[in-house]
Ligand binder design. Sequence first.
Ligand code: AMP
Length: 446
Amino acid sequence: MTFAQLHLHERVLAAVQAEGYDTPTPIQQQAIPVVLDGKDIFGCAQTGTGKTAAFALPILHRLAETIEKGPRVLVLAPTRELAVQIGDSFRTYGRNVRFRQVLVYGGVSMRPQIDALRRGVDVIIATPGRLLDLMEQRAVRLDRIETLVLDEADRMLDMGFIQPIRQIIAEMPEKRQTLFFSATIPDEIKKLASGILTNPVNVSVTPVSSATETVEQMLYVVRKDNKRALLTHLLNEDLEGSVLIFTRTKRNADRVAKDLAAEGIRAESLHGDKSQMARQRALDNFKNRKTRVLVATDIAARGIDIDTLPYVINYDVPDTAETYVHRIGRTGRAGSTGIALTLCTPDEQHEMRSIERHIRRQITRVQHHEFSSSESRPTAHQERREPRNSDPVYLQHGSRERTPRGGDGYGSRDGSGRGYRQETSSSSSGQAPRRGSSYGRNRRSR
Ligand code: AMP
Protein backbone atom coordinates (compact mmCIF):
# COMPACT_ATOMS: atom_id res chain seq x y z
CA MET A 1 0.00 0.00 0.00
CA THR A 2 1.13 3.54 -0.73
CA PHE A 3 0.17 6.84 0.90
CA ALA A 4 -1.48 7.91 -2.36
CA GLN A 5 -3.95 5.02 -1.98
CA LEU A 6 -5.13 6.47 1.32
CA HIS A 7 -6.73 9.44 -0.48
CA LEU A 8 -5.17 12.06 1.71
CA HIS A 9 -5.32 15.69 0.66
CA GLU A 10 -2.57 16.48 -1.81
CA ARG A 11 -0.99 19.03 0.54
CA VAL A 12 -0.76 16.46 3.27
CA LEU A 13 0.58 13.90 0.83
CA ALA A 14 3.26 16.33 -0.30
CA ALA A 15 4.46 16.74 3.29
CA VAL A 16 4.56 12.97 3.81
CA GLN A 17 6.62 12.60 0.67
CA ALA A 18 8.94 15.39 1.78
CA GLU A 19 9.49 13.43 5.01
CA GLY A 20 10.64 10.52 2.90
CA TYR A 21 7.94 8.07 4.00
CA ASP A 22 7.13 5.63 1.20
CA THR A 23 4.84 3.17 2.88
CA PRO A 24 2.25 3.73 5.59
CA THR A 25 3.05 1.77 8.73
CA PRO A 26 0.48 -0.87 9.79
CA ILE A 27 -1.24 1.47 12.25
CA GLN A 28 -1.45 4.13 9.54
CA GLN A 29 -2.89 1.65 7.05
CA GLN A 30 -5.53 0.64 9.54
CA ALA A 31 -6.35 3.95 11.15
CA ILE A 32 -6.21 6.56 8.38
CA PRO A 33 -9.21 5.28 6.35
CA VAL A 34 -11.25 4.93 9.55
CA VAL A 35 -10.45 8.47 10.70
CA LEU A 36 -11.19 9.88 7.24
CA ASP A 37 -14.52 8.10 7.45
CA GLY A 38 -15.32 10.00 10.64
CA LYS A 39 -15.44 6.93 12.88
CA ASP A 40 -14.11 6.56 16.42
CA ILE A 41 -11.00 4.50 17.08
CA PHE A 42 -9.94 2.35 19.96
CA GLY A 43 -6.27 1.83 19.19
CA CYS A 44 -3.70 -0.32 20.89
CA ALA A 45 -0.35 1.02 19.75
CA GLN A 46 2.89 2.22 21.23
CA THR A 47 5.05 5.12 20.22
CA GLY A 48 7.44 4.08 17.50
CA THR A 49 4.71 2.56 15.34
CA GLY A 50 3.91 5.74 13.41
CA LYS A 51 0.88 6.34 15.61
CA THR A 52 1.18 10.14 15.61
CA ALA A 53 0.94 10.35 11.82
CA ALA A 54 -1.91 7.82 11.95
CA PHE A 55 -4.11 10.43 13.61
CA ALA A 56 -2.37 13.67 12.53
CA LEU A 57 -2.53 13.03 8.76
CA PRO A 58 -6.30 12.47 8.47
CA ILE A 59 -6.94 15.33 10.90
CA LEU A 60 -4.80 17.62 8.75
CA HIS A 61 -6.63 16.34 5.68
CA ARG A 62 -9.88 17.61 7.20
CA LEU A 63 -8.32 20.93 8.17
CA ALA A 64 -7.11 21.32 4.59
CA GLU A 65 -10.54 20.47 3.15
CA THR A 66 -12.82 22.62 5.27
CA ILE A 67 -12.51 25.92 7.07
CA GLU A 68 -14.50 26.22 10.29
CA LYS A 69 -14.27 28.25 13.42
CA GLY A 70 -12.14 26.53 16.04
CA PRO A 71 -10.75 25.08 18.10
CA ARG A 72 -11.67 21.99 16.09
CA VAL A 73 -9.17 19.45 17.34
CA LEU A 74 -8.00 18.60 20.84
CA VAL A 75 -5.14 16.20 21.45
CA LEU A 76 -4.57 15.17 25.06
CA ALA A 77 -1.17 13.74 26.02
CA PRO A 78 0.28 12.72 29.38
CA THR A 79 3.53 14.71 29.34
CA ARG A 80 4.84 17.99 28.08
CA GLU A 81 7.50 16.20 26.09
CA LEU A 82 4.96 14.13 24.25
CA ALA A 83 2.79 17.21 23.66
CA VAL A 84 5.78 19.03 22.16
CA GLN A 85 6.52 16.08 19.93
CA ILE A 86 2.96 15.81 18.73
CA GLY A 87 3.06 19.55 18.02
CA ASP A 88 6.24 19.06 15.99
CA SER A 89 4.57 16.28 14.01
CA PHE A 90 1.52 18.42 13.25
CA ARG A 91 3.82 21.18 12.09
CA THR A 92 5.84 18.82 9.91
CA TYR A 93 2.92 16.99 8.34
CA GLY A 94 0.87 20.18 8.13
CA ARG A 95 3.56 22.37 6.63
CA ASN A 96 1.46 22.95 3.49
CA VAL A 97 -1.85 23.36 5.32
CA ARG A 98 -3.09 26.62 6.77
CA PHE A 99 -3.95 25.96 10.38
CA ARG A 100 -3.02 27.26 13.80
CA GLN A 101 -2.09 25.19 16.79
CA VAL A 102 -1.28 25.87 20.40
CA LEU A 103 0.57 23.77 22.93
CA VAL A 104 -0.91 23.82 26.40
CA TYR A 105 1.10 22.36 29.27
CA GLY A 106 2.12 23.24 32.80
CA GLY A 107 5.44 24.39 34.20
CA VAL A 108 5.53 27.49 31.99
CA SER A 109 3.67 30.80 32.04
CA MET A 110 0.01 30.62 31.07
CA ARG A 111 0.06 33.99 29.39
CA PRO A 112 1.36 33.04 25.92
CA GLN A 113 -1.03 30.08 25.86
CA ILE A 114 -3.98 32.29 26.77
CA ASP A 115 -2.97 34.86 24.15
CA ALA A 116 -2.67 32.19 21.45
CA LEU A 117 -6.09 30.82 22.36
CA ARG A 118 -7.58 34.32 22.18
CA ARG A 119 -6.14 34.87 18.73
CA GLY A 120 -7.87 31.70 17.61
CA VAL A 121 -6.56 28.19 16.96
CA ASP A 122 -7.63 25.07 15.11
CA VAL A 123 -5.68 22.50 17.07
CA ILE A 124 -4.97 22.36 20.81
CA ILE A 125 -2.35 19.89 22.00
CA ALA A 126 -2.52 19.74 25.77
CA THR A 127 -1.72 17.97 28.96
CA PRO A 128 -4.95 17.58 30.95
CA GLY A 129 -4.00 19.51 34.10
CA ARG A 130 -3.09 22.80 32.43
CA LEU A 131 -5.97 22.60 30.00
CA LEU A 132 -8.36 22.28 32.91
CA ASP A 133 -6.75 25.31 34.58
CA LEU A 134 -7.32 27.32 31.42
CA MET A 135 -10.89 26.10 31.15
CA GLU A 136 -11.53 27.21 34.71
CA GLN A 137 -10.21 30.64 33.80
CA ARG A 138 -12.52 30.65 30.77
CA ALA A 139 -9.53 31.06 28.49
CA VAL A 140 -10.61 28.19 26.27
CA ARG A 141 -13.88 26.79 24.98
CA LEU A 142 -14.26 23.28 23.69
CA ASP A 143 -17.77 23.47 22.27
CA ARG A 144 -16.58 23.37 18.67
CA ILE A 145 -14.27 20.42 18.98
CA GLU A 146 -14.82 17.98 16.12
CA THR A 147 -12.05 15.51 16.92
CA LEU A 148 -10.63 14.50 20.27
CA VAL A 149 -7.45 12.43 20.45
CA LEU A 150 -6.33 10.74 23.65
CA ASP A 151 -2.73 9.69 23.23
CA GLU A 152 -1.08 7.27 25.66
CA ALA A 153 -4.33 7.02 27.58
CA ASP A 154 -2.91 4.37 29.89
CA ARG A 155 -0.15 6.72 30.94
CA MET A 156 -2.63 9.52 31.57
CA LEU A 157 -4.55 7.18 33.84
CA ASP A 158 -1.36 6.16 35.65
CA MET A 159 -0.57 9.80 36.21
CA GLY A 160 -3.92 10.43 37.83
CA PHE A 161 -5.52 12.38 34.98
CA ILE A 162 -8.77 10.44 34.92
CA GLN A 163 -10.80 13.17 36.63
CA PRO A 164 -9.42 16.05 34.55
CA ILE A 165 -10.07 14.00 31.41
CA ARG A 166 -13.67 13.42 32.39
CA GLN A 167 -14.13 17.11 33.20
CA ILE A 168 -12.62 18.13 29.88
CA ILE A 169 -14.78 15.72 27.91
CA ALA A 170 -17.89 16.99 29.67
CA GLU A 171 -17.30 20.39 28.03
CA MET A 172 -17.12 19.01 24.52
CA PRO A 173 -19.93 18.35 22.05
CA GLU A 174 -21.29 14.84 22.32
CA LYS A 175 -21.29 14.60 18.57
CA ARG A 176 -17.61 14.42 17.83
CA GLN A 177 -15.00 11.97 16.69
CA THR A 178 -12.82 10.40 19.36
CA LEU A 179 -9.53 8.64 18.69
CA PHE A 180 -8.31 6.75 21.70
CA PHE A 181 -4.79 5.31 21.80
CA SER A 182 -3.22 3.27 24.55
CA ALA A 183 -0.14 1.06 24.66
CA THR A 184 -1.80 -1.31 27.12
CA ILE A 185 -5.44 -2.18 27.70
CA PRO A 186 -6.06 -2.78 31.40
CA ASP A 187 -9.66 -2.85 32.67
CA GLU A 188 -9.75 0.83 33.66
CA ILE A 189 -8.77 1.75 30.11
CA LYS A 190 -11.58 -0.37 28.70
CA LYS A 191 -13.97 1.31 31.09
CA LEU A 192 -12.81 4.82 30.24
CA ALA A 193 -12.92 4.06 26.51
CA SER A 194 -16.38 2.56 26.57
CA GLY A 195 -17.72 5.70 28.22
CA ILE A 196 -16.36 8.10 25.63
CA LEU A 197 -16.30 6.21 22.33
CA THR A 198 -19.22 5.54 20.00
CA ASN A 199 -19.08 2.32 17.96
CA PRO A 200 -15.30 2.47 17.77
CA VAL A 201 -13.27 0.54 15.24
CA ASN A 202 -10.55 -1.43 16.98
CA VAL A 203 -7.09 -1.00 15.56
CA SER A 204 -4.21 -2.81 17.06
CA VAL A 205 -0.71 -3.21 15.81
CA THR A 206 1.83 -3.68 18.46
CA PRO A 207 1.97 -6.35 21.01
CA VAL A 208 3.87 -5.02 23.99
CA SER A 209 6.94 -6.99 23.08
CA SER A 210 7.28 -5.58 19.56
CA ALA A 211 10.35 -3.44 20.23
CA THR A 212 12.05 -6.62 21.30
CA GLU A 213 11.86 -7.80 17.70
CA THR A 214 13.54 -4.81 16.13
CA VAL A 215 16.09 -3.89 18.77
CA GLU A 216 19.22 -5.91 19.38
CA GLN A 217 19.60 -6.40 23.08
CA MET A 218 22.51 -7.31 25.25
CA LEU A 219 23.11 -7.61 28.92
CA TYR A 220 26.22 -6.93 30.94
CA VAL A 221 26.33 -8.41 34.39
CA VAL A 222 28.50 -6.11 36.45
CA ARG A 223 29.12 -5.35 40.10
CA LYS A 224 27.46 -2.18 41.31
CA ASP A 225 30.73 -0.44 42.03
CA ASN A 226 31.89 -1.20 38.49
CA LYS A 227 28.84 0.10 36.67
CA ARG A 228 30.14 3.59 36.26
CA ALA A 229 33.49 2.41 34.93
CA LEU A 230 31.80 0.01 32.52
CA LEU A 231 29.52 2.78 31.27
CA THR A 232 32.44 5.12 30.65
CA HIS A 233 34.32 2.34 28.93
CA LEU A 234 31.39 1.55 26.63
CA LEU A 235 30.93 5.20 25.73
CA ASN A 236 34.62 5.81 25.15
CA GLU A 237 35.61 2.58 23.46
CA ASP A 238 32.67 0.74 22.01
CA LEU A 239 29.76 2.94 21.05
CA GLU A 240 29.69 5.68 18.48
CA GLY A 241 27.11 8.43 18.37
CA SER A 242 24.16 9.37 20.52
CA VAL A 243 23.24 7.31 23.55
CA LEU A 244 20.11 7.56 25.67
CA ILE A 245 20.67 6.26 29.18
CA PHE A 246 17.89 5.35 31.59
CA THR A 247 18.03 5.44 35.35
CA ARG A 248 15.27 4.67 37.80
CA THR A 249 15.63 7.80 39.90
CA LYS A 250 16.08 11.50 39.25
CA ARG A 251 19.03 11.54 41.60
CA ASN A 252 20.75 8.79 39.72
CA ALA A 253 20.09 10.55 36.41
CA ASP A 254 21.83 13.66 37.73
CA ARG A 255 24.68 11.68 39.20
CA VAL A 256 25.37 9.64 36.08
CA ALA A 257 25.24 12.76 33.87
CA LYS A 258 27.60 14.58 36.23
CA ASP A 259 30.02 11.66 36.38
CA LEU A 260 30.10 11.38 32.61
CA ALA A 261 30.63 15.11 32.20
CA ALA A 262 33.53 14.83 34.64
CA GLU A 263 35.00 12.16 32.34
CA GLY A 264 34.78 14.59 29.43
CA ILE A 265 31.67 13.03 27.83
CA ARG A 266 29.03 15.56 26.81
CA ALA A 267 26.04 14.49 28.90
CA GLU A 268 22.89 16.04 30.35
CA SER A 269 20.07 14.72 32.49
CA LEU A 270 16.32 14.87 31.87
CA HIS A 271 13.80 14.38 34.62
CA GLY A 272 10.67 15.80 36.18
CA ASP A 273 12.42 18.01 38.75
CA LYS A 274 13.85 20.18 36.01
CA SER A 275 12.03 23.21 34.72
CA GLN A 276 10.22 22.86 31.44
CA MET A 277 12.82 25.11 29.82
CA ALA A 278 15.70 23.01 31.09
CA ARG A 279 14.01 19.82 29.91
CA GLN A 280 13.33 21.14 26.47
CA ARG A 281 16.87 22.48 26.22
CA ALA A 282 18.34 19.12 27.24
CA LEU A 283 16.16 17.38 24.68
CA ASP A 284 17.02 19.85 21.92
CA ASN A 285 20.74 19.63 22.69
CA PHE A 286 20.51 15.87 22.44
CA LYS A 287 18.52 15.93 19.22
CA ASN A 288 20.92 18.46 17.69
CA ARG A 289 23.86 16.38 18.92
CA LYS A 290 25.29 19.16 21.05
CA THR A 291 25.24 16.62 23.83
CA ARG A 292 26.07 13.05 23.04
CA VAL A 293 24.44 11.42 26.04
CA LEU A 294 21.06 12.07 27.62
CA VAL A 295 20.42 10.46 31.00
CA ALA A 296 16.69 10.24 31.63
CA THR A 297 14.13 8.84 34.02
CA ASP A 298 11.24 6.83 32.64
CA ILE A 299 8.46 9.39 32.81
CA ALA A 300 10.59 12.19 31.38
CA ALA A 301 11.70 10.01 28.51
CA ARG A 302 8.30 8.63 27.70
CA GLY A 303 7.55 9.22 24.05
CA ILE A 304 10.97 10.69 23.24
CA ASP A 305 11.24 10.37 19.50
CA ILE A 306 14.65 10.78 18.02
CA ASP A 307 15.00 9.74 14.43
CA THR A 308 18.47 8.32 14.51
CA LEU A 309 19.16 7.03 17.97
CA PRO A 310 21.48 4.06 17.71
CA TYR A 311 21.80 3.15 21.39
CA VAL A 312 19.82 2.90 24.57
CA ILE A 313 21.54 1.90 27.81
CA ASN A 314 19.62 0.76 30.85
CA TYR A 315 21.93 1.92 33.59
CA ASP A 316 19.43 0.59 36.10
CA VAL A 317 17.31 -2.43 35.30
CA PRO A 318 13.74 -1.15 34.84
CA ASP A 319 11.06 -2.15 37.32
CA THR A 320 8.71 -3.80 34.82
CA ALA A 321 8.91 -5.56 31.49
CA GLU A 322 6.67 -2.91 30.04
CA THR A 323 9.06 -0.15 31.06
CA TYR A 324 11.90 -2.18 29.55
CA VAL A 325 10.06 -2.42 26.24
CA HIS A 326 9.27 1.28 26.27
CA ARG A 327 12.85 2.16 27.03
CA ILE A 328 14.41 0.04 24.33
CA GLY A 329 11.71 1.21 21.93
CA ARG A 330 13.35 4.67 21.86
CA THR A 331 15.82 3.10 19.46
CA GLY A 332 14.93 0.80 16.56
CA ARG A 333 12.02 3.00 15.58
CA ALA A 334 9.82 2.74 12.52
CA GLY A 335 11.43 -0.42 11.28
CA SER A 336 15.06 0.54 11.73
CA THR A 337 17.45 -1.35 13.94
CA GLY A 338 18.83 -0.18 17.24
CA ILE A 339 20.84 -1.57 20.09
CA ALA A 340 19.89 -1.68 23.75
CA LEU A 341 22.41 -2.56 26.43
CA THR A 342 21.40 -3.31 29.99
CA LEU A 343 23.84 -3.04 32.88
CA CYS A 344 22.67 -5.47 35.51
CA THR A 345 24.15 -6.10 38.95
CA PRO A 346 24.05 -9.62 40.35
CA ASP A 347 21.19 -8.43 42.57
CA GLU A 348 19.19 -7.18 39.61
CA GLN A 349 19.42 -10.47 37.71
CA HIS A 350 16.26 -11.73 39.31
CA GLU A 351 14.27 -8.78 37.89
CA MET A 352 15.98 -9.17 34.56
CA ARG A 353 14.86 -12.79 34.33
CA SER A 354 11.34 -11.78 35.05
CA ILE A 355 11.56 -9.24 32.23
CA GLU A 356 12.91 -11.93 29.92
CA ARG A 357 10.00 -14.20 30.76
CA HIS A 358 7.53 -11.44 29.97
CA ILE A 359 9.05 -10.48 26.66
CA ARG A 360 9.66 -14.14 25.84
CA ARG A 361 13.20 -13.41 24.83
CA GLN A 362 16.52 -14.38 26.18
CA ILE A 363 18.82 -11.40 26.17
CA THR A 364 22.35 -12.14 25.07
CA ARG A 365 24.85 -11.87 27.90
CA VAL A 366 28.10 -10.20 26.95
CA GLN A 367 30.72 -12.50 28.33
CA HIS A 368 34.16 -11.60 29.50
CA HIS A 369 33.77 -7.87 29.33
CA GLU A 370 36.30 -5.65 31.06
CA PHE A 371 34.30 -5.44 34.23
CA SER A 372 32.75 -8.89 34.45
CA SER A 373 33.21 -10.67 37.71
CA SER A 374 32.59 -14.04 39.21
CA GLU A 375 29.80 -12.41 41.16
CA SER A 376 27.82 -12.22 38.00
CA ARG A 377 26.77 -15.78 38.51
CA PRO A 378 23.59 -16.32 40.45
CA THR A 379 24.01 -16.89 44.11
CA ALA A 380 22.81 -20.03 45.85
CA HIS A 381 20.05 -17.84 47.25
CA GLN A 382 18.87 -16.88 43.80
CA GLU A 383 19.00 -20.51 42.69
CA ARG A 384 16.73 -21.44 45.57
CA ARG A 385 14.28 -18.67 44.82
CA GLU A 386 13.99 -19.65 41.19
CA PRO A 387 13.89 -23.38 40.74
CA ARG A 388 14.96 -24.35 37.26
CA ASN A 389 11.71 -25.71 36.00
CA SER A 390 9.81 -22.57 36.97
CA ASP A 391 11.46 -20.77 34.12
CA PRO A 392 10.10 -22.05 30.83
CA VAL A 393 12.11 -19.65 28.71
CA TYR A 394 15.40 -21.01 29.85
CA LEU A 395 14.31 -24.59 29.41
CA GLN A 396 12.65 -23.93 26.09
CA HIS A 397 15.88 -22.52 24.80
CA GLY A 398 17.63 -25.70 25.66
CA SER A 399 19.95 -24.29 28.25
CA ARG A 400 20.56 -26.35 31.30
CA GLU A 401 22.57 -23.58 32.83
CA ARG A 402 21.13 -20.93 35.03
CA THR A 403 24.06 -18.69 34.25
CA PRO A 404 24.72 -17.81 30.67
CA ARG A 405 28.30 -18.57 29.79
CA GLY A 406 28.23 -18.17 26.07
CA GLY A 407 27.96 -21.20 23.85
CA ASP A 408 24.93 -22.69 22.25
CA GLY A 409 22.42 -22.64 25.03
CA TYR A 410 21.73 -18.96 24.51
CA GLY A 411 21.73 -18.89 20.78
CA SER A 412 18.00 -18.65 20.16
CA ARG A 413 16.06 -15.52 20.88
CA ASP A 414 12.79 -16.57 19.37
CA GLY A 415 12.58 -20.23 20.05
CA SER A 416 13.21 -20.91 16.38
CA GLY A 417 16.71 -22.06 17.00
CA ARG A 418 17.97 -19.13 14.93
CA GLY A 419 20.88 -17.82 16.90
CA TYR A 420 20.96 -14.26 18.10
CA ARG A 421 24.65 -14.44 17.75
CA GLN A 422 24.59 -15.50 14.18
CA GLU A 423 23.23 -12.11 13.33
CA THR A 424 26.03 -9.95 14.59
CA SER A 425 29.70 -10.50 14.68
CA SER A 426 30.21 -9.00 18.09
CA SER A 427 27.48 -10.83 19.86
CA SER A 428 28.34 -14.12 18.27
CA SER A 429 30.95 -14.70 20.87
CA GLY A 430 29.09 -12.96 23.64
CA GLN A 431 31.67 -10.21 23.33
CA ALA A 432 31.09 -6.54 23.85
CA PRO A 433 30.15 -4.50 20.81
CA ARG A 434 33.21 -2.89 19.26
CA ARG A 435 33.69 0.43 17.64
CA GLY A 436 34.11 -0.11 13.95
CA SER A 437 32.25 -3.39 14.16
CA SER A 438 28.67 -3.51 13.02
CA TYR A 439 27.74 -1.90 16.35
CA GLY A 440 29.92 1.09 15.87
CA ARG A 441 28.07 2.22 12.80
CA ASN A 442 24.64 3.55 12.39
CA ARG A 443 22.82 0.48 11.21
CA ARG A 444 19.53 2.18 10.54
CA SER A 445 17.75 1.08 7.43
CA ARG A 446 16.15 4.40 6.80
P1 AMP B 1 5.44 7.61 16.43
O1 AMP B 1 4.97 6.21 16.65
O2 AMP B 1 4.35 8.49 16.00
O3 AMP B 1 6.18 8.11 17.63
O4 AMP B 1 6.47 7.60 15.19
C1 AMP B 1 7.72 6.99 15.25
C2 AMP B 1 8.65 7.44 14.14
O5 AMP B 1 8.26 6.89 12.91
C3 AMP B 1 8.75 8.92 13.93
O6 AMP B 1 10.12 9.25 13.93
C4 AMP B 1 8.15 9.18 12.57
O7 AMP B 1 8.85 10.21 11.92
C5 AMP B 1 8.39 7.85 11.87
N1 AMP B 1 7.36 7.48 10.88
C6 AMP B 1 6.02 7.63 11.01
N2 AMP B 1 5.39 7.15 9.92
C7 AMP B 1 6.35 6.67 9.08
C8 AMP B 1 6.32 6.01 7.80
N3 AMP B 1 5.18 5.76 7.17
N4 AMP B 1 7.49 5.66 7.26
C9 AMP B 1 8.66 5.92 7.89
N5 AMP B 1 8.75 6.51 9.12
C10 AMP B 1 7.61 6.88 9.70
